[in-house]
Design a protein around this ligand. Structure first.
Ligand SMILES: CC(C)(COP(=O)(O)OP(=O)(O)OC[C@H]1O[C@@H](n2cnc3c(N)ncnc32)[C@H](O)[C@@H]1O)[C@@H](O)C(=O)NCCC(=O)NCCS
Ligand SMILES: Nc1ncnc2c1ncn2[C@@H]1O[C@H](COP(=O)(O)OP(=O)(O)OP(=O)(O)O)[C@@H](O)[C@H]1O
Length: 214
């Protein structure tokens, strides 16, 4: 099985590309959805978050707005949150890959917003970065309800620049020239990678639910 890592900056079309890959038959693990599960009712991270960020957990659920307020202005707090969540996200990804391999998938996709920031390129066979011109990205993001130019600037400042992501990518997929162009580019990558030998899943010594540190 070949493991593809999919990433891209805010509004670049990562979710759309993930859906396209899924429609081509590749199972996709959405890291944002995993984080939502970890922070939601019964989520594994909730007790740890409660201890690390007092007051943020209300009625068994981590309040994302309160957590965002606690971490997005304080780089040390963000690091503490990431140290809690990222190993749990990686454990969930490994479980997902083991399930996909058992089902006989030829390709599996990890959709990871912070792929390069978390050195995810070491855990996948090839990386895909979705990218569009800045004006397209800006227009898409500012069209979202509740988004402001100031918030957008803040989010961009915390993310690795698009140019750096493109530089590190094995494949850059354009998303600013229509869906057909995007779908064709993704089809080309899928066709190309199925011919290559992938890594063996599950890896030797793998235990479901185990947390692996990068
Ligand atoms: C702090 C949380 C609860 C705030 O949730 P909220 O729904 O308010 O915002 P959302 O998740 O949509 O993020 C807002 C913007 O910040 C960016 N962002 C989120 N986490 C991070 C991070 N660790 N570093 C840099 N940017 C981040 C997102 O990509 C997005 O563009 C949430 O972002 C979170 O749990 N972040 C830490 C986990 C993480 O690293 N997630 C991203 C990769 S899996
Ligand atoms: N390939 C594409 N061609 C045309 N429009 C696109 C394409 N990909 C995404 N879009 C449009 O751009 C907007 C953002 O797309 P999407 O939600 O996929 O982005 P994203 O990168 O997942 O965003 P975020 O990281 O902020 O959650 C949507 O309105 C979508 O319709």
């Amino acid at each position: 099985m070949i493991v593809l890592g999919l990433t891209g900056s805010i509004g670049m079309g990562k979710s759309t590309a993930a859906r396209m890959l899924q429609a081509m038959g590749a199972p996709v693990c959405d890291s944002d959805a995993v984080v939502h599960g970890l922070l939601g009712r019964g989520g594994r991270a909730v007790p740890v978050i409660d201890a690390a960020f007092p007051g943020v957990v209300i009625d068994g659920v981590a309040n994302r707005t309160a957590l965002g307020a606690a971490v997005f202005r304080d780089p040390h707090a963000l690091k503490r949150l990431e140290a809690i969540l990222h190993p749990m996200v990686q454990a969930a990804q490994r479980d997902f890959l083991a399930r996909a391999a058992r089902r006989g998938a030829k390709i599996a996709v990890l959709d990871i917003p912070l792929l390069f920031e978390t050195h995810g390129e070491r855990r996948v066979d090839a990386t895909i970065v979705v990218s569009a011109p800045f004006a397209v990205q800006r227009a898409r993001v500012l069209a979202r309800p509740g988004m402001t130019a100031e918030k957008f600037a803040g989010i961009l400042a915390r993310q690795m620049p698009d140019a750096e992501k493109r530089r590190r990518a094995d494949h850059v997929v354009p998303t600013g020239a229509g869906r057909l162009v995007t779908r064709r580019a993704l089809q080309g990558i899928v066709r190309d990678v199925v011919r290559r030998p992938g890594r063996h899943w599950p890896p030797r010594g793998y235990q479901p639910g185990q947390i692996h540190h990068a």
